[in-house]
Design a protein. Structure first.
Length: 364
């Protein structure tokens, strides 16, 4: 198991406040990768109107919520499992599968490895290559898969590289995994930010592959990490039944269920989010690419991975400089296969992005 150093997570604003004496209200987190629009006005109004729903238990089957999710994601309600954030579903799935040996595409989110370890399994990382700009070499990966691997984990688009595997390439991976009886868990937390969601999302493939599980949540795109609502999509009816049997009832509170039914149909909010991220992604990439002291990796998600090329400047220095201005970026030295030359930041409002770009240019 790789050792993961302590770091400031995008949600660790209380720790930042204590460490630097900056009020958390005055910190703009470019590390959390959350939609800068915040929750939609429609959802805010609806939650106020529906506040009395907390006096009743939610529907144990969450039938209406699952129907809304299915319509939004492009599947059928029978293939949808809901949970208390995607983290709960990751944990439940791994508890049920109990993989002895998992392969994880890295660098990526450390929670996958942690959950596998808790269930007594071991994790083998397949490292994305910097020389390939952290894009997955699909054929090389397929050559590394064999009958000793039980589970393949892919974050798509990947955090922190912001690279993605196409749906067509994922078919090739799934075919090989099917041959070796390998289950594939794809975390699509950031897929809705991609320029072409249909080219990346594997949800349609769940109709053809019963060894595939897709995980999503509302924390990032819908800016609602506090509601703790996640969902999984799989065409494996037996797995759906096992997860629903294993998980506790009513893990999603009434307000989160009401909000979920609304947010997946809020087409105006979805459109505005995609337009804002597309504009700011293009602009921030252009400005960062103009700097000779950094290398950037073409982003698909709502965040950008940057390599520092300037002598005498590292990720810790940039983090310290930015946080003193109330701007929190991610020092990526804690990710496997990255070091103190890498930072990551997400795209916020145009004004905030200008602040951060100016702040980074001070040292770069």
């Amino acid at each position: 198991m790789l050792k993961h150093k302590d770091h400031f997570h995008g949600s660790d604003l209380e720790k930042i406040q204590a460490e630097y004496g900056i009020r958390k209200e005055d910190i703009t987190s470019f590390s959390a990768n959350v939609n800068p629009l915040g929750i939609s006005p429609r959802m805010r109004e609806t939650l106020i109107e529906k506040i009395d729903c907390v006096t009743s238990y939610p529907d144990r089957e969450y039938a209406s919520l699952r129907a809304c999710i299915a319509a939004y994601a492009g599947t059928v309600p029978e293939n949808v499992v809901v949970g208390n954030g995607s983290t709960e579903l990751i944990s439940l799935f791994i508890q049920l599968e109990r993989p002895k040996k998992a392969m994880i595409i890295g660098p990526t989110y450390s929670e996958y490895e942690r959950e596998i370890s808790l269930e007594g399994g071991t994790s083998l990382y397949y490292p994305l290559q910097e020389k390939e700009d952290f894009r997955l070499d699909v054929e090389h990966l397929c050559q590394k898969l064999n009958e000793t691997v039980d589970l393949l984990v892919i974050c798509n688009p990947n955090n922190p590289t912001s690279t993605a595997v196409s749906k067509a390439s994922m078919r090739r991976i799934l075919d090989v995994c099917k041959q070796y009886d390998i289950c594939v868990m794809v975390d699509e937390t950031y897929v809705e930010f991609a320029p072409d969601v249909k080219a990346i999302s594997c949800v349609p493939l769940t109709h053809y592959y019963n060894n595939l599980v897709i995980l999503r949540g509302i924390s990032k795109f819908f800016a609602a990490p506090g509601l703790r609502l996640g969902y999984a999509v799989t065409g494996n009816a037996d797995l759906v039944k096992r997860i629903n049997t294993q998980k506790n009832p009513w893990t999603i509170n009434s307000l989160a269920a009401v909000a979920g039914e609304l947010m997946f149909t809020d087409t105006d909010y979805i459109r505005k989010t995609r337009e804002l991220i597309a504009r700011e992604r293009t602009r921030c990439v252009r400005e960062m690419r103009a700097l000779p002291t950094v290398k950037i990796y073409e982003p698909v998600a709502n965040f950008l991975l940057v390599k520092i090329l300037k002598e005498g400047v590292d990720a810790e220095m940039l983090f310290e400089h930015a946080i003193r201005h109330g701007l929190m970026i991610r020092n990526c030295s804690t990710f496997p296969f990255l070091d103190n030359r890498f930072i990551r930041f997400c795209f916020m409002s145009p004004g905030k992005n200008d602040e951060l770009l100016g702040c980074l240019k001070d040292l770069l």
